[in-house]
Design a protein around this ligand. Structure first.
Ligand code: GAL
Length: 399
């Protein structure tokens, strides 16, 4: 029976401890939660995905080299564990038995061999399909109507993560199509496959997908541009209260290192994604990334915010003429804060204790996560002068 049950139903009082007690950072929630119980996604997933940098130009050698680089650069040790193929890995047509077939010109050794290689490096392997008749590239089939067969194929290859897209969907609702794959994965013999739903937020998945997948895209595709990144951050923020362990909002993959934003813009992108408990899926070419990119992606203290046990999505709590404060509670009564200057000129951004729902007399230590320095005995407010599009990220610990 256990293997067949789709989800696990519970009535929970999520009583995350937070000394602040005010509304914005108060995580006391009483709600009925139906969780997708496959054992994956306790924390937001971390890894790499081929799409943002390579689109359809992928092959097995590049993926093996990427796995090598994730290990040799130290990213694997920091928690980046999934190596995920996106669109275009399969032939256009299924074989005579209806199976998906790895594209011979790009993956001559097959997907199982590639997954084995990735596993041999101590990493996990992810793949991509679509809840429609074809994927968005139209270069390979989707899994609609083949959910059980494809889930079993992926399981037999040792797949650990499935990203499931939404193109060519025959106008059947996502609510109807996604649970089929969800159930097929649970019954595939490899129950712990992380299920990443990619229906672009079109049917408000935050409201219903907790029982279906481990995360759900809340927006359309990110582009490697400041405008796109900030718009997506805001759109994802609206759903903050629905995220938590095993069911995360997904504002799309990282563009850090792809060249379309400045270092400070990428620092903001990474800080906000980490605070928002977004999946941290690197989207650049890790084989050739520069040292600045590696440094941004390797900040242990920022990663710790993303992976914090409490699993509460930080959110925008103040915005005045592009000067923003984003914050969220962490375990052990800590608070993560991002001061963010989204305006076009240098400015000072301040978070007052009242913004953070901290009592006025509260004294904290403020750890600057990018400077790696601590200000002790901070009271009343924390502020920083920031260049246009720059941010500061702190963890406040009550003294
Ligand atoms: C989009 C998806 C992208 C990428 C692309 C592949 O629908 O949002 O992340 O997977 O399809 O064609």
């Amino acid at each position: 029976m256990e293997g067949l049950s789709l989800c696990f139903f519970m009535f929970v009082v999520l009583n995350a401890s937070c000394s602040c007690g005010g509304r914005l950072l108060d995580t006391n929630r009483e709600e009925e939660i139906i969780l997708f119980e496959n054992g994956a996604g306790q924390a937001p997933p971390m890894g790499w995905n081929s799409w943002n940098h390579f689109q359809c130009d992928i092959n097995e050698e590049m993926v093996r080299e990427t796995a090598d680089a994730v290990v040799s650069t130290g990213l694997a040790d920091l928690g980046y564990q999934y190596i995920n193929l996106d669109d275009c890995w399969a032939e256009l047509h299924r074989d005579s038995e209806g199976n998906m077939v790895p594209k011979a010109s790009k993956f001559p050794s097959g997907i199982k061999a590639l997954a084995d290689y990735v596993h041999s490096k101590g990493l996990k392997f992810g793949i991509y399909s679509d809840a429609g008749t074809q994927t968005c590239s139209k270069q390979m089939p989707g899994s609609l109507g083949h959910e059980e067969q494809d889930a079993k194929t992926f399981a037999s290859w040792g797949v650990d993560f499935l990203k499931y897209d939404n193109c060519e969907n025959s106008n059947i609702t996502a609510k109807e199509r996604y649970p089929k794959m969800s159930e097929a994965l649970l019954n595939s013999g490899r129950r712990q496959i992380y299920f990443s739903m990619c229906e672009w937020g079109s049917e408000g998945p935050a409201l219903w997908a907790k029982s279906v997948g481990n995360s759900w895209r809340t927006t359309g595709d990110i582009e490697d541009k400041w405008e796109s990144m900030t718009t997506i951050a805001d759109a994802n923020d609206k759903w903050a209260s629905y995220a938590g362990p095993r069911g995360w909002n997904d504002p799309d993959m990282l563009e850090v290192g792809n060249g379309g934003m400045t270092t400070e813009e990428y620092r903001s992108h990474y800080s906000i994604w980490a605070l928002a408990k977004a999946p941290l899926l690197i989207g650049c070419d890790v084989r050739t990334m520069d040292s600045t990119t590696l440094e941004l992606l390797s900040n242990k203290e920022v990663i710790a915010v993303n992976q914090d046990n409490l699993g509460v999505q930080g959110r925008k709590i103040k915005s005045e003429a592009g000067l923003e404060v984003w914050a969220g509670p962490l375990s052990n009564n800590k608070i993560a804060v991002v001061l963010w200057n989204r305006s076009s000129s240098k400015a000072t951004v301040t978070a007052y204790w009242s913004d953070l729902s901290l009592e006025p007399q509260k004294v904290v230590d403020a750890r600057d996560l990018w400077q790696h320095s601590t200000q002790t005995s901070v009271s009343g407010q924390i502020s920083a002068e920031l260049d246009s599009h720059a941010c500061k990220m702190y963890v406040l610990t009550p003294s």
